[in-house]
Design a protein around this ligand. Structure first.
Ligand code: FES
Length: 99
């Protein structure tokens, strides 16, 4: 099932964008022409990743700066602390998440 969660223009360049879908907080990130979605809560201590700095394809948690590749969910420093990822589709200017 695909749900429209925001418009492409809503996504800032160097941060994420927080949406809530079916009770789940999801952080969206725009990397070049692509949009990626990961769970918002950092696996370390729950920092809100949507509000971390985005550099290239990596978001840095605003609490303790762990870095996560938003394309894969992988944590560079602690590979066992990966994020759940969600498939994203862009239809025109609509951003849709697949659940
Ligand atoms: S809560 Fe994210 S690095 Fe600590």
């Amino acid at each position: 099932m695909r749900l429209t969660v925001c418009r492409l223009a809503d996504l800032p360049a160097h941060q994420g964008y927080l949406v809530e879908v079916a009770g789940e907080a999801i952080a969206l990130f725009r990397v070049g022409d692509e949009v990626h979605a990961v769970e918002n809560g950092c696996p370390h201590r729950g920092g809100p990743l949507a509000f971390g700095d985005l550099r290239g394809g990596t978001v840095f948690c605003p609490l303790h700066a762990w870095g996560f590749d938003v394309r894969t969910g992988r944590c560079d420093e602690f590979p066992e602390a990966s994020l759940r990822t969600f498939a994203v589709h862009v239809e025109g200017d609509e951003v849709q998440i697949e659940l």
